[in-house]
Design a protein around this ligand. Structure first.
Ligand code: ADP
Length: 445
């Protein structure tokens, strides 16, 4: 096992990783930007190193500074968290070349899954069902016109290296196609530094369902069931549940087995999430995240497995101590993302927390880095933390979540707490009847 791990991240996920390390008896090194010197991750870690100025590109994205910080402090491994450098294969490679363990998959797998075209090819070859689409990259309008009849309108143009729900273009008719190809290529280059695009069938009313994977370096791989992340705004998840209200035991076993076989076929290691759209009883792979995800706690709550500790253990070369048959999903968990945003306009709401009271009680978990008097820096994303609630049934879980949200006080900035409260009371949520468009087209409309 490692003696010391450097955490190349900030906010609640940095705290989450520090806590897991403490329980494993591992020393921790926090890195921080000048804007984060008063952050809890800096205070809770055993050591800390300032890696640059406030903007992420000058600190949390500075590979050289982070690797130097690991060298100076003698950290044997780097945990990238999510966002920032977590899915950067160049960073993963650089870390390993310095004789430091990257707590994540092999750099080549980070690279394949970072390109949605390569990822879909690899998954197709391993028997995973895909959203119908172009056989690969689409370079020109002429090429798009050739593949369009097979795919059928409406279609979705996506950036191969896209992320964060950015840069997707819906195309309803052929006369929109030329412009959409041009715009998508420009946006892909501007946002992701690579203009490669591809085309998918635009599914009308799917749910977003993803499977959590965990693999060691000895050929063992398990799945930990699904999460339903259909409650989204601008393709960004806001509320997640495990299990999905629409996935049966048989569906879970079949899809889980498909994912495990694919991961074993690749020789994948670490944690990962295979994301699918689900429509009319069929699952269609869209992409894979080769890192821990924001919504991992709901899986922890229903399986009782600490995903970050497992991630660290398998990175250190340990074997999984359980098999698929040992994993049982119990009860229901929901996570609400508590963003510092106006709950009606979704405008960011930076500022200082003037009063903070988190809810508590059996089955109520808060993963957050904020505290009374905390000043939210404007340089990073708006996630203040996550409220995760577990109960034996979905109805109990919604009930408990509703009380927890009533009790949750964050003064000084606007947050999504009132939006989540309204969600818990909505008949569609209570019935579990929603898809990826529901929040925007029905609830917020
Ligand atoms: P990103 O990497 O930017 O998050 P994804 O491929 O994971 O992009 O897609 C994000 C979201 O966009 C999905 O959860 C879903 O809401 C929507 N989406 C993606 N592909 C399709 C599709 N083919 N049809 C309909 N919606 C889609």
């Amino acid at each position: 096992m490692f003696n010391k791990i450097l955490i190349a991240n900030r906010g609640e996920i940095a705290l989450r990783i520090i806590r897991a390390c403490k329980e494993l008896g591992i020393k921790t090194v926090a890195v921080y930007s000048e804007a984060d010197s008063n952050s809890l991750h800096v205070r809770l870690a055993d050591e800390s190193v300032c890696i640059g100025a406030a903007p992420s590109r000058d600190s949390y994205l500075r590979m050289d500074n982070i690797i130097s910080a690991a060298d100076i402090t003698g950290a044997e491994a780097i945990h990238p968290g999510f966002g920032f450098l977590s899915e950067n294969h160049v960073f993963a490679q650089m870390v390993e070349e310095h004789g430091i363990t990257f707590i994540g998959p092999k750099p080549e797998h980070v690279k394949i899954m970072g390109d949605k075209i390569l990822a879909k090819d690899a998954m197709h070859a391993l028997g995973v069902p895909l959203v119908p689409g172009s056989p690969g990259k689409v370079a020109t309008f002429a090429e798009a016109k050739v593949v369009a009849p097979d795919i059928g309108y409406p279609m979705l143009i996506k950036a191969a290296c896209g992320g964060g729900g950015k840069g997707m273009q819906i195309v309803h008719t052929e006369h929109q196609l030329e412009r959409a190809v041009t715009v998508a290529q420009m946006e892909a280059r501007a946002n992701f530094g690579d203009s490669s695009i591809f085309i998918e069938k635009y599914l009308q009313n799917p749910r977003h369902i993803e499977i959590q994977i965990l693999a060691d370096q000895h050929g063992n791989c398990v799945h930990l069931g699904e999460r339903d992340c259909s409650i989204q705004r601008r393709h960004q998840k806001i509320w997640e549940e495990a299990p999905s209200p629409v996935v049966t035991e048989e569906m879970r076993e079949a899809l889980g087995a498909t994912c495990v076989n694919a991961m074993k076929g690749m020789g994948y290691r670490g944690v990962g999430t295979m994301e699918f759209l689900f429509e009319e009883g069929q699952f269609y792979f869209i992409e894979m995240n080769t890192r821990i995800q924001v919504e991992h706690p709901i899986t922890e709550m229903v399986t009782g497995i600490d995903l970050i500790k497992e991630q660290i253990k398998v990175a250190a070369g340990q074997k999984l101590t359980f098999t698929q048959a040992d994993i049982r999903m119990k009860g229901h968990a929901i996570e609400c993302r508590i963003n510092a945003e106006d709950p009606e306009t979704f405008m960011p709401s930076p500022g200082t927390i003037t009063f903070y009271h988190p809810p508590g009680g059996l089955g109520v978990r808060i993963d957050s880095h904020i505290y009374d008097g905390y000043k939210i820096p404007s340089h990073y994303d708006s996630l203040l933390g996550k409220l995760i609630v577990w109960a034996p049934t979905r109805a109990d879980c919604l009930n408990k979540l509703s009380s927890a949200l009533d009790e949750y006080v964050i003064d000084g900035v606007k947050t999504l707490i009132p939006l989540h409260k309204r969600l818990t009371l909505h008949p569609a949520i209570i019935k579990g009847k929603f898809d990826i468009k529901w929040l925007e087209t029905k609830f917020l409309a």
